[in-house]
Design a protein around this ligand. Structure first.
Ligand code: UDP
Length: 329
C-alpha cells in the first residue's frame, strides 16, 4: 500500500517524504511545482499536476494502491491571502474538495492534514489548546479552517477519517543536508535571518518592538521540520489502527522572541546580522505558543530536535551548502 503525499515537493512535504522513505513506505507524490521543487522529492513517484485537475488525480488513484493521504498542497502566504483571497479559496478549499471526492470514489479512508496555528487567530490562552476558539485573522487561516471542517463532514458522511495537525513555526532542515527551506518569495523569519548572515540580504527587518512581550518583539514557538514530519507518520499509524479523527497542535511549548532568534543565529553563524526596525506587520499576534500535550499523549509524539540552537544550526548547514536553494527559480 502506498501513501499519497500532496504537496510533497514543498518544505514540510519533502521532509515528510524523506521520513516515510526512511521507514520503507511506498510513496506517491502529487505536486504542481508552483512552489515545490522537483529536487526536493528524494524518494517515491512524483506526479506533476494539480489537485483541481480531475482526470489527472483520477489517473494517480487508478495507477497506485493508495491507503492513506497526507495533504500539504496549498498556498500558504498570509500577505498574499489578504490581497488575493480568491486564489486561496480556489486552490486550498476547492483543491481539497477535489481530493476528498477522489478519495471517496476510490475508497481511501485516511487523511492527515497540514493545518496551522493561523486557524486560531488572536489566541485566547497561552499556550493554545486545540479546544480554544478558532477565529482566523487572515484568509489563509480561514481557508485552512474551512478545509478542516470539510474533512469533518466527509468523515460524518463517508467515513473518511482525518488527523489535522496545526503547526506552529516550522524551521530547520533535514540532517542529510539534501533538503531544506526554499520559498520564493521568502517571508519566514529564520531563513531571512540566515540569508542576512550569508550577505544575500543587507539586513533583517524586525516587524515591531512595541509588543507586550519581554523585549517587545513577537514570540513564536519554533519546531524542527523533521519533528513535524515524524508527527505525520504517527498520525498515519493512528488512522491505520482505525482510530477516530482528531486535531493536534504541534509545537515545542517554548517561545522565542524575534530578537532572541536573531541573537541565536548570530551565535550559530558567527556572522554579522544587521537589524532594521520596521512597523508591525498586520495580523501578527504578540505571542503564539502551542500546548502539544494532546499530540504527546495520544500520538506518542515527542520532538527530538528541541534546542533552538540545533534547529537554527541545521537550517544554517542547508543555507551554507545551498545558498541558492534548489536553484530552479
Ligand atoms: N518577522 C520579522 N521579520 C521578517 C519576518 C518575520 O520580524 O522579515 C517576525 C514576524 O513578525 C513574526 C515572527 O518573525 O513575529 C515569525 O514570522 P514568520 O513569518 O516566520 O512566521 P509566522 O509566525 O508569521 O507564521
Amino acid at each position: 500500500m502506498a501513501v499519497l503525499v500532496t504537496g510533497g515537493a514543498g518544505y514540510i512535504g519533502s521532509h515528510t517524504v524523506a521520513a516515510l522513505a526512511e521507514r520503507g513506505e511506498e510513496i506517491v507524490v502529487i505536486d504542481n511545482l508552483e512552489q515545490g521543487h522537483r529536487d526536493a522529492v528524494i524518494s517515491g513517484k512524483l506526479y506533476v499536476g494539480d489537485l483541481r485537475d480531475e482526470s489527472f488525480v483520477e489517473g494517480v488513484f487508478k495507477e497506485n494502491n493508495i491507503d492513506a493521504v497526507i495533504h500539504f498542497a496549498a498556498n500558504s502566504l498570509v500577505g498574499e491571502s489578504m490581497t488575493n483571497p480568491g486564489k486561496y479559496y480556489h486552490n486550498n478549499v476547492y483543491g481539497t474538495l477535489c481530493l476528498l471526492e477522489a478519495m471517496n470514489k476510490h475508497g481511501v479512508k485516511s487523511i492527515v492534514f497540514s493545518s496551522t496555528a493561523a486557524t486560531y487567530g488572536e489566541p485566547e490562552n497561552v499556550p493554545i489548546n486545540e479546544s480554544d476558539r478558532t477565529v482566523p485573522t487572515n484568509a489563509y487561516g480561514e481557508t485552512k479552517l474551512a478545509m478542516e471542517k470539510m474533512m469533518k463532514w466527509f468523515d460524518t458522511a463517508h467515513g473518511i477519517r482525518y488527523v489535522s495537525l496545526r503547526y506552529f513555526n516550522a524551521a530547520g532542515a533535514h540532517e542529510s543536508g539534501r533538503i531544506g527551506e526554499d520559498h520564493t518569495p521568502e517571508t519566514h523569519l529564520v531563513p531571512i535571518v540566515l540569508q542576512a548572515a550569508l550577505g544575500k540580504r543587507s539586513h533583517i527587518s524586525v516587524f515591531g518592538d512595541d509588543y507586550a512581550t519581554e523585549d517587545g518583539t513577537c514570540v513564536r514557538d519554533y519546531i524542527h521540520v523533521s519533528d513535524l514530519a515524524d508527527a505525520h507518520l504517527l498520525a498515519v499509524d493512528r488512522l491505520r489502527r482505525g482510530e477516530a479523527s482528531a486535531i493536534y497542535n504541534l509545537g515545542s511549548g517554548q517561545g522565542f522572541s524575534v530578537k532572541q532568534v536573531i541573537d541565536i543565529a548570530r551565535a550559530v553563524t558567527e556572522r554579522e546580522i544587521p537589524v532594521v526596525l520596521e512597523q508591525r506587520r498586520s495580523g501578527d499576534p504578540a505571542v503564539l505558543i502551542a500546548s502539544s500535550e494532546k499530540a504527546r499523549t495520544e500520538l506518542g509524539w515527542k520532538p527530538k530536535r528541541d534546542k533552538m540552537e540545533d534547529i537554527i544550526r541545521s537550517a544554517w548547514q542547508w543555507h551554507l551548502s545551498k545558498p541558492e536553494g534548489y536553484g530552479d527559480r
